[in-house]
Write a protein that binds this ligand. Structure first.
Ligand code: NAI
Length: 347
């Protein structure tokens, strides 16, 4: 398996077995929360993707300026802006992928779970609109706490009768991006070659980098494993604290990069590329007592193509990793249950 890289140019053809076939004409992508700290740089990166023919930007504020600004870039994707609930249906009609970075970010001292009170309602409302207007779309949830917002999204889609677990993703790519960067820096490896699977969830100790499965195969001392694991788990807080003096916020640029990488991988999967693998927080059986778990999945024409093999990297863990996996289970279970209970309580 290999890391997915953003491609500068798109071939007008692709291979399907022995045949060469024409590429599809491009995909429609909607970003909900497009005028925010993540939304803006993410929209720019998506505007640069040769796989995207239409880019729909939705926010409750300031979307017109972002739309006008991006619309002047001479790349093929056609940009359209939508604002206010009454325009949400139009934004979502016919889209292939919906990316959701809407919601409040952390301030210093806050955990991701502290965002639940506000972001749970935002995600619920937006996913209801997705169910009504783009029921077949892939949904990428960025809004935190991802450990709970993805189960909320699943419940909303179930209630609307359109839930397909292959198409719902919590975006945990930033954890992989960080792990790759920190390992490459520590070991002096070429950045583009490093790939570290990160499993579990997307909050503090639920983020579990599997350094023993890093590619290329790399030896770490126990101290290095502990230091790297702690840094990867706390990297989000590192950014929150560094930004505190200048107006606050959490990771936006690296998150936009990570979300663009995950989107590109999903679109390549939809487009029929073979061998597209990414870690993502999805419904799977990797850990039987956890209905949602971040693990490496194969992306294909209908979203997650191989859920069954998703837990493969959980075999042969080191003692450190096995202990960390046991320790994260109750915390992740609590966050999943909280999301499910919230969604089920809604009228
Ligand atoms: P931000 O506050 O800069 O932007 C959020 C945007 O969402 C704003 O433009 C706001 O107007 C919009 N918004 C709020 N309610 C909305 C609604 N009902 N419909 C549409 N748009 C709405 O926040 P930022 O920094 O962009 O972060 C967004 C979310 O992403 C936060 O929840 C943050 O915790 C999360 N995040 C997730 C990461 C991950 O790895 N999954 C990493 C970093 C942040």
């Amino acid at each position: 398996w290999r890391a997915v890289k953003l491609r500068p140019r798109r071939r007008p053809w692709r291979r399907a077995g022995n045949r060469v076939v024409a590429q599809a004409s491009g995909y429609k992508v909607a970003i909900l929360g497009a005028a925010g700290g993540i939304g803006q740089p993410l929209s720019l990166l998506v505007k640069m993707s040769p796989l995207v023919s239409a880019l729909h930007l939705y926010d409750i504020a300031n979307v017109d300026g972002v739309t006008a600004d991006l619309g002047h870039c001479n790349t093929p994707a056609k940009v359209a802006g939508f604002t206010g609930k009454e325009e949400l249906a139009g934004c979502l009609a016919g889209v292939d992928v919906v990316v959701i970075p809407a919601g409040v970010p952390r301030k210093p001292g806050m955990t991701r779970d502290d965002l639940f009170g506000i972001n749970a309602g935002i995600v619920r409302e937006l996913v209801e609109a997705v169910a009504d207007n783009a029921p077949a779309a892939l949904v990428h949830v960025i809004s935190n706490p991802v450990n709970s917002t993805v189960p909320i999204a699943a419940e909303v889609l179930k209630r609307k009768g359109v839930y397909d677990p292959r198409k719902l993703f919590g975006v945990t790519t930033l954890d992989v991006v960080r792990a790759n960067t920190f390992v490459a820096e520590m070991k002096g490896l070429p950045l583009a070659d490093v790939d570290v699977p990160v499993v579990g969830g997307h909050a503090a100790a639920t983020i579990l980098p599997l350094l023993s499965k890093a590619r290329p195969k790399t030896a770490f001392t126990d101290e290095e494993v502990e230091a790297l694991t702690r840094r990867i788990q706390n990297a989000g807080t590192e950014v929150v604290e560094a930004k505190a003096k200048a107006g606050g916020g959490s990771a936006t640029l690296s998150m936009a990069y990570a979300a663009a990488r995950f989107l590109e991988a999903s679109l390549r999967g939809l487009d029929g590329d073979a061998d597209v693998y990414e870690c993502s927080y999805v419904q799977c059986q990797a850990v039987p007592e956890l209905p949602f778990f971040a693990c490496r999945v194969k992306l294909g024409r209908d979203g997650v193509e191989e859920v069954a093999a998703a837990g493969a990297e959980l075999r042969g863990l080191t003692e450190f990793e096995a202990r960390a996996l046991e320790a994260l289970k109750p915390q992740l279970k609590k966050s999943i249950d909280k999301g499910v209970a919230y969604a089920q309580q809604q009228p």
